[in-house]
Design a protein. Structure first.
Length: 215
């Protein structure tokens, strides 16, 4: 199944601040570049925090917005970050969990390599129903589960996938629903699947999960 990675959709050219960057400079960058947050890095370009527009506004209201006020004093730390090889789905869930609009992207050494915004995520998930259906049928039903392309009725409307058909086991039905739910652009899955018997699925997808290659 095709899973989009953060590195494929992130912005690589990132405005960054250092601990001593003045608040006035941060505010100017946010206005100039139309952003609402700036990552703060150390001398090795490792992310140590993030200053958001909310942080600046909070400081202003407290009377701490003088030009001498610096990024290290204003930033939220530690910063929530993702890796370039993380899935976009994981990053989106992280944004939702913590109510944040952007995530610094770091490498194995925690050095800043990019920025992922909620706008990037929404742009990726703006897929047509036809694209989603094609991926569910071709990648999951046929390639991952070795079923015929017409063995399962797959309907998609506004990102909601409805699955219908009869499978061998309850476990097989559960795996199909789970993988469909993980597909980029899917907002919900409605299962109208039936099965012939109760039992764990031991088909190709589960075998592949234990390290055996798929054909």
């Amino acid at each position: 199944m095709k899973r989009r990675r953060v590195g494929a959709v992130m912005t690589g050219d990132v405005v960054r601040a250092y601990g001593g960057t003045p608040a006035a400079e941060l505010g100017r960058w946010m206005a100039e570049f139309g952003i609402n947050g700036v990552p703060v890095v150390d001398a090795d370009d490792k992310v140590i925090g993030v200053v958001s527009a909310t942080d600046l506004e909070r400081a202003r209201r407290a009377g701490d917005s003088s030009p001498g006020r610096c990024a290290q004093a204003l930033m939220s730390a530690p910063a929530r970050t993702v890796r370039a090889d993380d899935s976009v789905v994981r990053a989106a869930r992280l944004m939702t969990s913590y109510g944040i609009e952007r995530l610094p992207v770091v490498d194995e050494e925690a050095r800043l390599v990019g920025m992922l915004t909620r706008r990037d995520v929404l742009r990726l998930f703006a897929r047509s129903d036809e694209e989603i259906r094609d991926e569910v049928v071709d990648e999951i039903v046929v390639r991952m589960m070795w079923l015929g392309p017409r063995s399962i009725d797959v309907a998609v409307r506004d990102g909601v996938v409805t699955l219908a058909g009869c499978l061998d086991s309850s476990g097989q039905a559960a795996v199909l629903v789970r993988m469909t739910r993980q597909t980029d652009g899917v907002t919900a899955v409605v299962s109208r699947l039936t099965h012939r018997y109760e039992g764990r699925y031991t088909g190709p997808e589960e075998t592949a999960g234990r390290g055996d290659p798929l054909p």
